[in-house]
Design a protein around this ligand. Structure first.
Ligand SMILES: NC(=O)c1ccc[n+]([C@@H]2O[C@H](COP(=O)([O-])OP(=O)(O)OC[C@H]3O[C@@H](n4cnc5c(N)ncnc54)[C@H](OP(=O)(O)O)[C@@H]3O)[C@@H](O)[C@H]2O)c1
Length: 232
């Protein structure tokens, strides 16, 4: 049966890999992002919206009334010591990584409930433990875990399933940028491919409705640990 699945951050990285796979599976994907031209290349239905402005989301998704799955994939990551991370960095992380997914979930819950659907959060290993330099990103991802866990408990009577996927390092623009800002070498071969990360999300979506993957942790086998200081 064809499912309708909304994927945020569908135009790049893990989201793009996931979108291609779901379209190939025969699902109807609604790709949400802020870059209309990049979204158009995906060849599916699109919603142009900026998650850094959660107050605009209601209008953007107002036409969606039936949703089998909502995949919160979009995210941002910046690193630095607490001593140096400015207010803007904290606010950006909380808005894009937590407040926007919460607001989007609230707005789309009637559509998800109507389908007895599934909400999937793409979190991070940093959502389970925080190392040096990762405070803002890790705090936002810890908060995203709290959002997912509370939602799972609340929506059980409505038969809405809630899952979180916690990937380790993935070879995307985000990882390349993080390594650059830490002054650390980046070798895409030493981390997980975006395709492998996307496959783990696809697996969670494809588990039969009689069961729910609450949490799935997936990490590269031979990962190089993150630097704990910025090399400048
Ligand atoms: N890469 C990793 O090592 C890694 C590890 C663990 C978890 N994750 C998580 O996996 C998810 C996907 O990350 P990725 O590695 O694929 O990152 P990516 O390649 O940097 O892609 C991020 C996606 O999020 C979108 N996005 C960012 N800010 C947005 C905004 N304000 N409004 C709408 N869309 C926005 C981007 O759209 P634009 O093109 O418009 O910027 C892009 O589509 C994130 O939640 C990330 O935290 C990544």
């Amino acid at each position: 049966m064809t499912r309708t699945i909304l994927v945020t951050g569908a135009n790049r990285g893990i989201g793009r890999e996931l979108t291609h796979r779901l379209i190939a599976d025969g699902d109807t994907v609604i790709a949400l992002g802020r870059d209309a031209a990049a979204l158009a290349e995906l060849g599916c239905r699109t919603v142009v919206a900026d998650l850094s402005r959660p107050e605009t989301l209601a209008e953007a998704v107002s036409s969606i009334d039936h949703l089998d799955a909502l995949v919160h994939n979009a995210g941002i990551a910046e690193v630095g010591p607490v001593a140096e991370l400015g207010l803007d960095v904290w606010q950006r992380h909380m808005t894009v990584n937590v407040t926007a997914p919460a607001e989007l979930t609230r707005l789309l819950l009637p559509a998800v409930r109507a389908a007895r659907g599934h909400v999937v959060f793409v979190n991070s290993g940093a959502g389970l433990s925080a190392g040096a330099l990762w405070s803002a990103y890790a705090a936002s991802k810890h908060a995203l875990k709290a959002l997912a866990d509370a939602l799972r408990a609340e929506e059980k009577p409505n038969e809405v399933r809630v899952s979180t996927v916690y990937p380790g390092q993935v070879a995307t623009d985000m990882q390349r940028q993080l390594k650059k800002s830490m002054g650390a070498p980046y070798d895409p071969e030493k981390v997980m491919s975006a395709g492998t990360a996307a496959e783990s999300i696809r697996y969670v979506l494809n588990v039969p409705a009689e069961a729910t993957v609450h949490d799935l942790r997936i990490a590269p086998s031979n990962v190089v640990p993150h630097a704990t200081t910025m090399r400048r």
